[in-house]
Design a binder for this molecule. Sequence first.
Ligand code: NAD
Ligand code: UDP
Length: 317
Amino acid sequence: MRAVVTGGAGFLGSHLCDRLIAEGWDVVALDNIVTGAESNIAHLQRHSGFRITRADVSNYIDVAGPVAYVLHFASPASPVDYLKMPIPTLKVGALGTHNALGLALAKKAKFFLASTSECYGDPQVSPQPETYWGHVNPIGPRGVYDEAKRYAEAMTMAYHRYHGVDTRIVRIFNTYGPRMRLNDGRALPNFVHQALTGKPLTVYGDGKQTRSFCYVSDLIEGIYRLMLSDEHLPVNIGNPQEITILQFAERIRTHFENAPKIIFEPLPQDDPKQRCPDISKAKRILGWEPKVGLEEGLRTTLDYFKEYFASKQSAGV
Ligand code: NAD
Ligand code: UDP
């Protein structure tokens, strides 16, 4: 049982490597560390079954020896990251997915694609079921991520239908937890970093846009169940507890003694107005639903970030 995880040093990839190692898999992580960090997988280095190789998976992927599963998680995922790296984002969604599928085909391995709720764009249907085809602006700034992931899904289905590769596709909704990068620009790390550095929390637009935040352990459980299932069509994994971004900022500020102010800044172009997963399919076919509520998940995550920030400060970093 040997799995290749692309993007294995990222936020989700590293939690996935943890789970695979705990389940008895050997894991080869491939990562070029553009948005990930070696520290995310430092604790795994002592496991004889774990190896990390620096590689850009948008180039040809070479892994020696047998491989039973290829899990493709490499891609910038924060809007700030993918707006800074539009072409690498398009490449890793398109060429990276093609290469990862090619590896799976060559090794007769199963393939798992980390797709996204961004495939639904700025949805006109809510909550979003897997059958909704989405409402995406292909030429807007977010198109580099959304269209790359939609292409990745199309390529995955083509390898399944044409080459008979045994594939899975998860559409991940906003997920949070330890190991997010404090400066990655996503709402939670941004608010936390602002609160820790005594700055006001920046809510974009009027803050009435909604998101639904899933704690990372719930997401990984859903992913692992999907890996072991035989479902080829996309499955939403996320927490349907929907909240406005203003309410989210307010929840976060109450966790800090200095209770920072909230200020409003312009809404980025094409920012989805609502996002909430319909998880009836995951419930039905995987027997999965999230267990960690927002308050509990926030407490764990904020404790982690407070400790992380204090250790960096005392080290003078
Ligand atoms: P992340 O930025 O923490 O991790 C991505 C990892 O991929 C990083 O370690 C990065 O260095 C690596 N990477 C990027 N381009 C690469 C390349 N060309 N070659 C090799 N490695 C490369 O992001 P994340 O939140 O962990 O997201 C992981 C995956 O899950 C992504 O595919 C993302 O689209 C998907 N996803 C995440 C969320 C979420 O809420 N976190 C939501 C939807 C989808
Ligand atoms: N957002 C915000 N302030 C910030 C960062 C993000 O108001 O400092 C908003 C952003 O405009 C979006 C939501 O929070 O409406 C979630 O943004 P994030 O970047 O976390 O992910 P997205 O769901 O947009 O991919």
